[in-house]
Ligand binder design. Structure first.
Ligand code: PGA
Length: 252
């Protein structure tokens, strides 16, 4: 298989200790029960990383942060460095999620700097891109995504250390999704942008996840698309049965 699917849960700013450990334990138990032919990743809030790490012991589920600073250490009150994430047992971090681009004014350049630092710390990155509803209505989706790839993905990216997540902003948490044909068109265009940036061989192997209202009911169709290599799941990753039901579609 050229690209093994990745099923990733983005818990965002949810769960206190008990809820988070119960959820992680329940997911771990389900993943151990069956032989899933996909990779798993869970990205809890920073406060839960150590606790969740313990719950995932003995499973193949990777642990990730939801952001990381571009500095290794220093005077950055409230921030978390990629080395700190690695130190806690993370092997991944999400970067450039639209909520961070909006809430924290992260630009493509900042996301790129963060990705370079994360790779240097030995982390794999899930770099998020995606258009707003207005940009889609203006027919700018592909151009926006290609520009985000060009600006946010560093030159040192490989298929091993980088995953792209295409998340149309208007589809996040709304229950709305693009049509399957639209998703495939954008993913194919993203892969072309990766060819331009990183070369054919890397682009062919790099995973491109779809995110934005992925649910058990639409996972089969989305995950069967040729250029969709997994899912970045928000709301449905907080429900063990939904998360697992989505993953079942990734094994086909
Ligand atoms: P959602 O979030 O699945 O709740 O739409 C996806 C994301 O923001 O990663």
């Amino acid at each position: 298989m050229l690209r093994k699917k990745l099923i990733a849960g983005n818990w965002k700013m949810n769960c206190l200790s008990k809820e988070g450990t119960d959820l992680a334990k329940a997911i771990a138990a389900k993943v151990k029960q069956e032989n899933y032919n996909c990779d798993f990743l869970i990205c809890p809030p920073f406060t839960l990383l150590s606790l969740v790490k313990k719950c995932l012991r003995g499973t193949k589920i990777a642990l990730g942060g939801q952001d990381a600073h571009f500095a290794v250490k220093g005077a950055h009150t409230g921030d978390i460095s990629p080395l700190m994430l690695a130190d806690l047992g993370c092997s991944y971090t999400i970067l450039g999620h639209s909520e961070r681009r909006t809430d924290h004014h992260e630009t493509n350049k900042i996301v790129c700097q963060k990705a370079i630092a994360a790779h240097a710390a030995g982390l794999k990155t899930v770099i998020c891109i995606g258009e707003t509803e207005a940009q889609r209505d203006e027919g700018k989706t592909i151009k926006i995504c290609q520009d985000q790839i060009s600006g946010s993905v560093p030159e040192d990216s490989t298929a091993k250390n980088t995953v792209i997540a295409y998340e149309p902003i208007w589809a996040i948490g709304t229950g709305k999704t693009p049509t399957a044909a639209d998703v495939q068109e954008v993913h194919a265009a993203i892969r072309q942008a990766l060819v331009k940036k990183l070369g054919k061989a890397t682009a062919a192997r790099m995973r491109i996840l779809y995110g934005g209202s992925v649910k058990p009911g639409n996972a089969a169709e989305l995950l069967s698309l040729p250029d969709v290599d997994g899912a970045l799941i928000g709301g449905a990753s907080l429900k063990v049965d939904d998360f697992i039901a989505i993953a079942k579609n990734a094994t086909k």
